[in-house]
Every structure is written in C-alpha cells, then in structure tokens.
Design a protein around this ligand. Sequence first.
Ligand code: FMN
Length: 187
Amino acid sequence: MTDKHLNLVLCGAGPAADAAVLIRLAQEQSWTVMVAATRAALNFIDTAELEQLSGNPVRTDYGNPPGSQRKVAPINALIIAPATYNTINKLALGIADTYVLTSVSEIIGRRVPTVIVPFVNAALAARRPFVASVESLRQEGVAVVLGQSSSWLPHEPGTGRLQQKRFPWEAALKQVDRGGGVGHPRK
Ligand SMILES: Cc1cc2nc3c(=O)[nH]c(=O)nc-3n(C[C@H](O)[C@H](O)[C@H](O)COP(=O)(O)O)c2cc1C
C-alpha cells in the first residue's frame, strides 16, 4: 500500500476499454488506483480485469447501505478519462444525479487536484455548452487536457477508433504530477 491514492473515473467512450494502460502507468509511479465507471462506461470496460489489476472494486454505485456512516476515502488526485460530452457538461453545471457525478463533484469541491481528458468529436466540441463547460471547469481549477497547448484535439466525427489509439494516458498522469489542476479557483 502507498499513500498516493488516485481515483480514475471512466465515462462511456471508446478509450475506457484501454484504462488498464493508465492503471499500469500509475502503479509504476507508486499510485494506488481506485476506478469508478459511469453506467455507460460499463459497456466499454472489462470490469473484472480492472478490479484485478487495481486490487479494488470498480464503483458505479454507492457502496454503503442507507443510514450507515459514510467513509471519506483519502484521495490525492482525480483523473476523469475518457470524459464524455455528457459528463463534462453535467459536471460543469453541478448536476449530480449519479454516484459518479456526485462523488466527482465532491472531490473537486475538496480541491483535490483533478485532470479531465475529454474524448469528444469536433462537432460536439464546437457546441457552445461544451466550450462554456470546459472554461468553467478550468476556472474552478480543474486541468482540462484539450487544445493546441496539450496537442490533444477533438477528432473528426467517425474517426474515434483511430483517435482512441492516441489517447493521452501518459499526459494525464504527467498533468497529475504537475499538481493536476492544483485545485485553486482562477479569479
Ligand atoms: C459506441 C459508442 C461510442 C460513444 N463514444 C462517445 C465518445 O467518444 N464521446 C462521447 O462524448 N460520447 C460517446 N458516446 C455517447 C455516450 O456514451 C453517452 O452520451 C452516454 O450517455 C455518456 O454517459 P456518461 O457521461 O455517464 O459516461 C458513445 C456511445 C456509444 C454507444
């Protein structure tokens, strides 16, 4: 066991199938990894493989029965990758209608360094709600890996399979090492 705890949140997009890449990279750097998956992400992942690799259950729902005392897990960093159009927009608006959105909202509110790597096509990324969501999350201190500075750009619709192979797992982890979004809201 280490005292570096990383939460990895997977959303319903192709690169979720390759989440083992991030887990292995993180473990090589002495992170303990806990995985949470949205309901949509469950269709993309091999849950048993990720549980075996991480040594922890993949969480989609609240684990504790109603009325029981909730444990607040120690978390040193949060990576949401791949992050969907849906989750990014809901998160930015403060919608928390699932376990994953609620827990992620709380972790960001605790100012835990957070990195989001979107996986969206250019048509979705061009929508005003998405542009506003990315800006809003950055203003809250979240690192969103997207744009020319990160060399990670939205892909043309229909090219997701090619883009999936280039998913920047390593860049996400490097961003965590740089302090993630550091959690200080920008003025
Ligand atoms: C095969 C397939 C591929 C998808 N790929 C993407 C994607 O690359 N990016 C995205 O934002 N949504 C994608 N979606 C749509 C999301 O899965 C959908 O919006 C879902 O509601 C997202 O839920 P979540 O944000 O809770 O994970 C895809 C859906 C399917 C069925």
